[in-house]
Design a protein around this ligand. Structure first.
Ligand SMILES: [Zn+2]
Ligand SMILES: [Zn+2]
Length: 272
């Protein structure tokens, strides 16, 4: 029992560990001659208390494994915050680089039940005439399921990744253009860095939040050029997000094309 507890303790609460079968042998190696010597350690998965070698599932979804998703959530937090204020191997100077926080939404596929908030956080009526409760399951569902564009809504999620990649290519181009630099010369002057997360909106559509930063040519270690400002970056993001589009499949004679929604929110991050 103590051995089993030790094995389980290493999983950090993972509820769906991966069970590995196999063995591992470590040999002594003579680094001078390259000769393999005696067996130092032998591990056979079947001899372990659980009968297998157990490793964390590392799933990012709380619904699959709450413990592993929490580790991922904390790692992401540190990754994002170190990109904002330095730390964890990132120099503190990045806090002085031009940075923005941007939100990219999906386009509309038809009206959905929502909970519009007015001044001072007051909740207004939905278009259906009801004031929806915060956890009303109707929120995000179509007002009219017969006219809601489900096909485009589903395809949007599948194309959001390629659309983001297109956007990031355009963004470098737009920043270079505003700096008066040719595409090829740009990387000798500056680098555009991202930290991006994808989330589901209530209506089930993927949207992105991103911290976007301009660094010097070697990244966070090098100062950004004098022309690099949050205003220039914001302007370039707006132009790149508007221009980005990805062609989807043709279904029943209908050609799908995907763009970001019109609601693009870009805010300057002003201090560490
Ligand atoms: Zn897990
Ligand atoms: Zn409603």
């Amino acid at each position: 029992m103590p051995a089993l507890l030790r094995q389980l303790a290493g999983l950090g609460g993972c509820t769906h560990p991966i069970r590995l079968d196999g063995h591992r042998i470590e040999y002594d190696l003579n680094t001078r001659t390259g000769e393999i010597g005696n067996v130092l350690h032998h591990l056979d998965s079947s001899s372990l208390p659980a009968g297998h070698l157990l490793v964390r599932c590392n799933n990012r979804r709380t619904t699959r494994c709450a413990a592993c998703a929490e580790v991922y959530r904390r790692d992401t937090f540190h990754l994002i915050t170190s990109g904002l204020r330095g730390g964890k191997g990132v120099p503190e100077r990045v806090a002085a680089h031009p940075r923005v926080f941007a939100t990219f939404t999906a386009p509309s596929f038809g009206p959905v039940h929502n909970r519009p908030t007015g001044q001072a956080g007051s909740v207004r009526r939905c278009r259906c005439g009801t004031v929806h409760d915060q956890d009303d399951p109707a929120l995000g569902t179509p007002l009219d399921p017969d006219t809601y564009d489900y096909e485009a809504a589903v395809l949007w999620n599948a194309h959001a990744g390629p659309l983001w990649r297109r956007f990031s290519t355009y963004l470098r181009r737009e920043v270079a253009k505003r700096a008066g630099l040719a595409q090829r010369a740009f990387r000798e002057h500056a680098r555009v860095s991202f930290a991006k997360v994808a989330e589901y909106q209530k209506r089930g559509a993927v949207h992105f939040h991103a911290v976007i930063r301009i660094d010097g040519p070697e990244g966070g270690d090098t100062p950004p050029p004098a022309w690099a400002t949050a205003e220039l970056l914001t302007d370039a993001i707006r132009a790149a997000a508007t221009a980005a589009r990805v062609d989807g499949p043709v279904i029943d004679g209908r050609a799908h094309t995907f763009t970001f929604g019109r609601q693009l929110d870009v805010r300057t991050i002003r201090s560490a």
